[in-house]
Design a protein around this ligand. Structure first.
Ligand code: FMN
Length: 360
């Protein structure tokens, strides 16, 4: 498999804390001011990318603040200068021509650093209570597939005529297109069978939920073996990091976060009730005790700085290029990762490794 340089990204804090909502070391804050400061700092620390998740209402508790992904991303694009900005999109919320237009505008504002992450929704009330309706899992994917086929062509500057089940677009062409490359990059987040086919057919990068090495290996083997046209698919992994001087300290910090997260049990119960049971992401996450969203610590980036660096290289050897990371308290741990883990990864890459993935 073609090896790309390792890239580190951070999840924007669109709904505050990633592991536990009630943490004295990280008061709840999903404001634009915080996200602006966070992403500017991430950029200066050497992070390559940020992922701005999309939720119109807070999926944990609708009374909590929620950052709006697209307007915030446009502002972040203007404020930053190097970091990639990936913004999630749930197809039912925007008509494809409107979304493609917005994406091309942010591509322009950012100077060619913009990407979309297509996600097909799990939080039923967000769509249902807006009157949009919440279609069945595979039907959402059929909609998303048609939606993306229109968006993808518009992003590339094609003149699009499309008559399908859901959209009827006649001779539509958007200008300007990207001045920097063929089109903004398309990520896809989702793990089910239709998600895999969608990314093989139309995605540039597949975002995998954090999980153990062997599971990630089977997922990559499955999807990279599928026929597709264009450049080979690239891979990203979501993961929550708990890195300390020693394994014991990291395990203690993980235990502490698990205890804090347990206080959110009543909210988690509401979230579970609101979730489409067919969403594979939630089944993956139910497999082991972990903190963080989208797999979180199940990816095993928990341990000494050396252990975490080794584990990152082991994932990279499987084909993971972009590590989209979570921390708590976010700012403090993001700095620690940049100071302690990033240099260890770089140093190991410069010298031959002994045994990647040796830690269990
Ligand atoms: C990296 C990543 C980012 C995601 N971001 C969002 C998001 O911003 N909003 C959202 O509602 N779901 C998000 N999801 C969850 C997807 O909506 C979920 O995986 C989807 O329902 C697909 O279901 P599936 O796993 O059954 O294919 C994300 C998933 C991944 C892997």
């Amino acid at each position: 498999m073609l090896s790309h340089a390792i890239r580190f990204g951070i999840w924007a804090l669109v709904h505050g804390n990633r592991a536990a909502l009630q943490d004295p070391d990280e008061p709840y804050d999903a404001s634009f001011a915080r996200n602006r400061a966070l992403i500017l700092e991430a950029e200066s620390l050497g992070y390559d990318s940020t992922l701005v998740a999309q939720h119109t209402i807070n999926p944990h508790d609708e009374r909590l603040d929620q950052l709006e992904a697209w307007t915030a991303s446009a502002a972040l694009a203007a404020l930053t200068s190097r970091i990639e900005i990936i913004t999630a999109i749930k197809p039912y919320l925007y008509h494809p021509v409107v979304l493609a237009k917005m994406a091309l505008q942010i591509e322009e504002i950012s100077g060619g650093r913009f990407a979309i992450n297509l996600v097909n929704a799990w939080n039923r009330p967000e769509l249902e209570r807006a009157g949009i309706g919440f279609a069945e899992h595979d039907e959402r994917y059929a909609y998303g597939e048609e939606w993306l086929s229109v968006v993808r062509r518009l992003l590339a500057g094609e003149r699009v005529t499309h008559a399908g089940r859901h959209f009827n677009v006649q001779e539509y062409e958007l200008r300007p297109t990207s001045r920097f490359r063929a089109r903004p990059r398309i990520y896809v987040g989702g793990e089910s069978a239709p998600a895999r086919q969608l990314v093989a057919d139309q995605g540039d990068v597949w975002f995998i939920n954090g999980q153990p090495l062997d599971d990630v290996k089977s997922l990559i083997d499955d999807v990279s073996g599928r026929p597709r046209s264009g450049a080979p698919l690239r891979f990203g992994l979501s993961a929550f990091v708990v890195a300390r001087e020693t394994d014991a300290e990291a395990e203690e910090a993980h235990r502490h976060l698990l205890e804090l997260a347990a206080k959110d049990a009543p909210l988690k119960a509401i979230q579970t009730a609101n979730t489409d049971p067919k969403v594979v992401m939630m089944q993956t996450m139910a497999k082991s005790p972990r903190v963080g969203t989208n797999g979180g610590t199940a990816a095993g980036l928990v341990g000494s700085y050396d252990r975490v660096a080794e584990r990152i290289l082991a994932f990279h050897a499987l084909g993971i290029e972009t590590f989209m990371l979570q921390f708590q308290p976010f700012e403090r741990e993001m700095r620690r990762f940049a100071a302690e883990v990033m240099p260890r990864v770089r140093a190991r890459q410069a010298t031959p490794r002994r045994k990647a993935g040796g830690h269990g």
